[in-house]
Write a protein that binds this ligand. Structure first.
Ligand code: EPZ
Length: 416
């Protein structure tokens, strides 16, 4: 496995252009199956998870063509409703293809996505939603087999505002007969982006960004082009890199309204922000002030920023409390931070972070995508050299991260 080698202690200064959103691109790529034709996408991030999704689209008969800054996906020749097991295992979020395959074929067959590094990741809410739409679900030999004579619109209430379940139910009901009303739906910006793309194709969906989404089934969807929204988690990651190193960073090609919860917390931590229509500039204080965060569904503080913000808090003046309310196992990165001198104690869903100035470089191992990003943050502020192993986790979700960090003055390189 490749490693990052990072020399810490440098103030990061300069400008970073944010890439397209991983968590918007993945469901939109799945949704291209619905129109059995072409879709042209712009601002798709060149990251491993997107490459895996393209592999799956081609494996089931689709064609993906890259042309300069656009991706053309042709799904007219998709010939199966089965998601290949080996690719399902490679990326559990490929479960989002189930809704798209059901929307097109009224059938889908896939292996249990299983858990991952941050939790058991059940899909009970996805399957309950499918059943309410009249889809029969059988579980045999570790596979889930879904089929329906017809998919009929209905009322669905989610026990929890699950992002994936909201997306999968929308995809399965776009071409259904009649109207589906989905309540307690997730409100994340990535869902708004998916709905905007589907409506541009001719879907009839209302309520994006709210906890009540109405999907009026239509008979077909057209070929369109679409521009993927900026990645709000990548945006937050670079702001925090500036904050933790006492630097000054301007991120461009962002939607500040998508990262409001984070911006509020950065201001509470004594960072100075200037916010424009599509940029945010941060000037770090001499020393970050300790703040408490609780992760919540959007528009609360995003769970994907928890580890990255937590790394910054290890150097703060005072003690911070983090409460992780979304995933049950999202503190694995902390043992690695403590190897670098951080003083963090975990009590159930809570992490108690006693700020310290003495963070030192060490050999650490990335445990998952955002946990790995947290190790980069820590390494940037540490005295000396840090080696981060298992960086494949990080490369799943951050486009050109080495180039972008070098651009703002970080001393980082990849050791194969
Ligand atoms: C999406 O995951 C994101 N992934 C995650 O980002 C993000 O952390 C998460 O939403 C929350 O914002 C993608 O969009 C590809 P959920 P998802 O369903 O859809 C429980 C990253 O780092 N749950 O909202 O899987 C679940 O166990 C990734 O980019 C059920 O119990 O998240 C979790 O505790 C990590 N039953 C909570 O809900 C279900 O059927 C939130 O999960 C579904 C979920």
């Amino acid at each position: 496995m490749s490693k990052f080698i990072i020399q810490g202690g440098k103030k990061l200064e300069g400008e970073v252009k944010i890439s397209g959103s991983k968590n918007s691109a993945l469901p939109i790529i799945a949704a291209t199956i619905l129109n059995s034709g072409k879709t042209t996408l712009y601002n798709v991030p060149n990251i491993q998870d997107v490459k895996t999704m393209f592999e799956i689209i081609e494996d089931i008969g689709g064609k993906v063509t890259k042309k300069n800054n656009k991706i053309i996906i042709d799904t007219s020749n998709v010939h199966t409703y089965e998601i290949p097991d080996n690719l399902m295992r490679k990326m559990r979020s490929s479960v989002i293809l189930a809704g798209a395959l059901l929307g097109r074929y009224k059938r889908a067959r896939f292996s249990y996505p299983g858990g991952c590094e941050i939790g058991s990741r059940p899909i009970d809410l996805h399957l309950k939603g499918f059943e309410k739409l009249g889809i029969n679900i059988k579980e045999e030999f570790g596979e889930i087999v879904c089929n329906a004579d017809k998919i009929k619109g209905t009322q669905i209430h989610l026990d929890f505002p699950s992002v994936g379940a909201t997306e999968n139910i929308i995809l399965a009901s776009c071409l259904a007969e009649g109207k589906t009303i989905l309540t307690n739906s997730a409100k994340e910006p990535e869902i708004e982006d998916l709905i905007k793309y589907l409506n541009k194709m001719g879907a009839k969906i209302k309520g994006e960004g709210t906890d009540k989404i109405e999907i009026e089934g239509v008979t077909r969807l057209a070929e369109v082009s679409y521009n993927i929204m900026p990645d709000r988690i990548e945006a937050g990651t670079y702001l925090i890199a500036g904050a933790v190193t006492g630097g000054k960073i301007k991120i461009t090609n962002v939607k500040p309204e998508h990262i409001e919860p984070l911006l509020n917390k950065l201001e509470e931590a004594n960072c100075e922000l200037s916010i424009g229509k599509n940029y945010v500039e941060i000037i770090a204080p001499k020393r970050i002030k300790a703040v408490d965060i609780k992760t919540m569904p959007y528009p609360g503080f995003p769970t994907d920023m928890q580890s990255i913000f937590g790394a910054m808090l290890t150097t703060a003046k005072g003690t911070s409390i983090i409460t992780e309310n979304i995933f049950e196992n999202r503190y694995k990165y902390i043992q690695e931070l403590n190897r670098m001198g951080a003083k963090v104690k975990i009590e159930g869903r809570t992490a108690i972070i006693k700020g310290t100035k003495r963070i030192q470089g060490a050999n650490v191992i990335a445990t998952d995508l955002r946990g790995g990003a947290a190790l980069i943050i820590e390494a940037l502020v540490a005295k000396g050299i840090t080696q981060i192993d298992n960086i494949e986790y990080i490369l799943r979700g951050y486009e050109n991260i080495v180039e972008k960090l070098k651009q703002i003055g970080a001393k980082i390189y990849i050791e194969k």
